[in-house]
Ligand binder design. Sequence first.
Ligand code: SF4
Length: 335
Amino acid sequence: MEPIFGKTLDELVLIAKEKGLPSFAGKQIADWLYKNGVSTINEITNLSKKAREILSAEYEIGLYPPSDVQVSSDGTKKYLYRLRSGHSVESVYIPEPDRATLCISSQAGCRMGCRFCMTARQGLKANLTAGEILNQIWSLPEKDSLTNVVFMGMGEPMDNIDEVLKSLEILTADYGAGWSHKRITVSTTGILTGLEKFLKNSQCRLAISLHSPFDEERRKLMPMQKMFPVKDVLNLIAKDEYTQRRISFEYIMFAGVNDSARHANALVKLLSGNDVRVNLIRFHIIPDSDLSPSDEITMENFKNRLNAKGLLTTIRSSRGEDIFAACGMLSGNRS
Ligand code: SF4
């Protein structure tokens, strides 16, 4: 059976036509999938019984619940989803007093090889379909409390851009969840091919993983820098309607690696003049890594130096570290 959840309106209209149903049936199916949250095709009661039988012969809704959850002492929850392919992904629900964010995955594993990331160690196992990406939202027990979604879990979204774009369409379109683009942030290391498509086709917010202003040092942390230098990424986003979309730069701080005044000054030089913000992130130690986190005073000084030079900078609070749910710690493995 093929899942129907995760199909765009155009795809649903096509399915309706192929099955000899009127094309408006595609819109009716979309309403029931994305607004009413049905779990079986038989529940789409404004389709005729015959139409439901025809669809059910080939399709199922395809939503599935998480197979495990771990709860952090700070209230963060890490959910595990088993995919049809047999691989697993994780998503992280982060409640705060005034908002609730879900960090979702776009791939099982990842081929970007970032040195500070647990997911990188698996290599790429599978691209998620739009349905599998969105299932992490629709099957979340806390779905109704969500205010924001970030594509910062397992995988490089721009390396699976077609399915990511479909999921963004369904999240933001009137026929889908109708969310504002401002509630969604997609993170990337800067895969130019995917990024170009993203900028053309989505108004969602963008976060770029930077981690060093120096090419050679960045390449040692993020091997993809060799193919996609950050300068090319900056040139590309400079052509975007730069002021309309919020763009932020993520900067994980490693002791003695990228946390000096020299780095701060180079960051200012690289990014100044653009309306961007910088998020400093504490490194969460992963097993067998030779990297260690910068201390709090160093991070604070680094932040103050950037802010003093006009680069809007904040330190992102760490959440869920005790359950390996914090930034860079997702693996999809459970014992
Ligand atoms: S940090 Fe992101 S892009 Fe880099 S290896 Fe991990 S999941 Fe992939």
